[in-house]
Design a protein around this ligand. Structure first.
Ligand SMILES: [Mg+2]
Length: 219
């Protein structure tokens, strides 16, 4: 069994101070306003409903307004990524030192993830990107994509570590037996196995994952 590392993208591989996710969020609101002909307050209310019911604004728009996912994803990810996201040499070093394969697991589109990884300078650190297309638009935290990712990668939950900034997205991973790391989370009210302030602090919690009985055989 080999350790397998799964990383969320937005606000995980870069810190929330980087204004990229806010820029995408603004584009999502603009898309809803233009597509449905509503004002900002109404658009935010609709998005809140869709997020609660479907996990993403996109899936709500697909269900209720027949929106084509390609059109939506192209519009909302049309942001100046290289202007917003500085390269992170420390992240590249940390990822390169991990003792196993790494993948990205994001509710964003795969081409968007690719562009963000390029801006961060870490695109070579990952063997695959599993985005919203792979998820068949059934986003985290629905369990479907987590199980599909494990099948596709040929690994078990027990071999996997998952880094993510949204606590609710860690819960299905816990159910599948993954070692869960809450990035930027709060120590006190977490069900995750570990909490780190920044993803670059991951090595500090690795012994708890790698030292598990699950990796004891054959080492
Ligand atoms: Mg995130």
């Amino acid at each position: 069994m080999a350790p397998f590392f799964i990383f969320d993208l937005d606000n995980t591989l870069y810190p929330p101070e980087v204004p990229l996710w806010r820029a995408v969020d603004d584009r999502i609101e603009l898309f809803v306003r233009e597509k449905l002909g509503v004002d900002g307050a109404e658009a935010r209310s609709i998005r809140k409903d869709y997020l609660g019911e479907y996990g993403t604004t996109l899936r709500g728009l697909m269900q209720h307004h027949n929106v084509a996912p390609g059109e939506y994803l192209e519009f909302v990810h049309d942001v100046p990524i290289p202007d917003l996201v500085p390269p992170r040499a420390d992240l590249g070093d940390m990822l390169a030192a991990l003792p196993g394969r790494s993948v990205v697991f994001t509710n964003g589109s795969e081409s968007y993830a690719q562009r963000v990884l390029q801006a961060l300078g870490v695109e070579d650190a990952f063997v695959a990107i599993y985005g919203i297309e792979f998820m068949e638009y059934i986003a985290k935290p629905f369990p479907f994509a987590y199980a599909k990712l494990l099948r596709e990668s040929g690994v078990t939950g027990a071999e996997s570590l998952f880094c993510e900034d949204r606590h609710e997205n860690l819960l299905p991973a816990l159910d599948l037996g993954m070692f869960t790391v809450w990035v930027g989370g709060r120590e006190g009210d977490s069900q995750a196995h570990a909490v780190v302030e920044d993803v670059c602090d991951l090595p500090s919690v690795l012994p708890a994952f790698l030292g598990k009985e699950r990796f004891a055989q054959g080492r």
